[in-house]
Design a protein. Structure first.
Length: 107
């Protein structure tokens, strides 16, 4: 994990929602899955892929990426074999702290 000074922008969480493209066959997924898992594990072990979730939809997966911004998260995930092959549609959402609770403590 990178350390930051007060003057530097800290990394943020970026949610990557990946949806399997409709034309991708389950046999293709099975053939690529081991390689995809090895590559995503390397990202997890390096600290940039922070969380991974299955969803109620078996064709969707959610990754939480630690990155400077959405473009950096896109570049981090782009080399994953199934993303690189265009097997997933990937939507990125930049997440920020929810500061509205501060209203409760305003004077």
């Amino acid at each position: 994990m990178t350390t930051h000074t007060d003057c530097e922008e800290a990394d943020m969480k970026v949610l990557a929602m990946m949806t399997l493209m409709p034309e991708v066959k389950i046999e293709t997924v099975r053939a690529e899955l081991a390689n995809e898992l090895k590559c995503s594990w390397a990202l997890y072990a390096s600290g940039v892929l922070r969380e991974v979730y299955a969803t109620g939809d078996p064709e969707k997966v959610a990754f939480m990426v630690e990155a400077a911004d959405v473009e950096a998260a896109r570049q981090i995930l782009a080399p994953l074999p199934m993303i690189a092959a265009g097997m997933f549609k990937v939507e990125f959402v930049e997440l920020r702290p929810f500061v509205n609770w501060s209203i409760l403590f305003a004077h």
